[in-house]
Design a protein around this ligand. Sequence first.
Ligand code: PLP
Length: 362
Amino acid sequence: GSVAQIYNFSAGPAVLPAAVVRQVQSELVSYKNSGMSIMEISHRSSLYTEMEAEAERNLRELMRIPDEYDILFLQGGGTLQFTMAPLNFAQKTKQIGFIDSGHWAQRAIEEARLVPGVKAKVVASAKTTNYTSLPKDPVLQKTYDYIHLTLNNTIEGTMYRTLPDLKNQVVVGDMSSNIMAQRYNVKDFDLIYAGAQKNIGPAGLTVVIVKHSLLHTTPELPSMLSYAKQAAKHSALNTPPVFAIYVASLVFKWLLQQGGVDEMQKRNEKKAQLLYDYLDSSSLFSAPVKKAARSTTNVPFVTGNAELDQRFVVAAQENGLVNLKGHRLVGGMRASLYNAMPLEGVQKLVEFMESFEQNIGG
Ligand code: PLP
């Protein structure tokens, strides 16, 4: 039978383009008429290497990644990058400057501090506003091995539209929750990383974009933890996550067909605007984040009454609007509007919120 239309607002793993999921289904048993599933194919076969090369090419086109950057398809999620970045790039002064914009930035700080000898210094923080805004630009009086920046704060719902002034420091960017949802200039970064499970594909794949010239400066490390060695082996030092890379390759093609990152950004702004406009006009719901810092991909909101929040989440779910419960750290609700969330999903959400508000208001 047919499944009722569900809109999945999860922060991750998140909704994928329906057309991509259908394509996966249609060629799951026999990839390119090989008689083998993509999951069964050798990562040394041309079927794989051609697919991987095309994925890289398409990602390069989508994000306008210059040739001087390597693209790596790794594992371990965004979280392993909290360790890999310090291991590879915090080896001169051993000091990293962190912009504390929220929970995931703090996780990056905690993990950096577990790397022997590394000092993580908070150079700017949004703590005083309870992370409802972005930190003020840091005053950087010395050179750090790098400055770490979280472009989109998935839990708090804040996002950088333009980068803070980081002088001539090396810059590492965590784009896990808005890669290809927002246009950034890759050249503003020396290292970019993103777990795949929001805007790219299945969990189990991490995309890393790294300036090639920096790889020569990295220390000798265990192979799996070394960007230089991973790059030298073209991300196939060991068996890569073939299925996840394959799904990502389909998402990249889908993104190109849709018009690419600029088109996605336009759609995301439209989707987010619709929801924020309603939240700002509602007398029941409100959005805690300051306007200038509001994320287009993660929209937290509250009623101010935890019991009512819970009733809303349950009622929404019964109406096909699922995974709206806020992160346990901030409570309330959160709607994640990643690239694959269609405008209709947000329209349905706002309609439902309006009717919920009317019924509560009596
Ligand atoms: N960084 C950001 C901004 C995130 O949103 C997340 C997960 O939601 C992570 C890092 C951790 O990612 P992973 O679960 O892939 O390790």
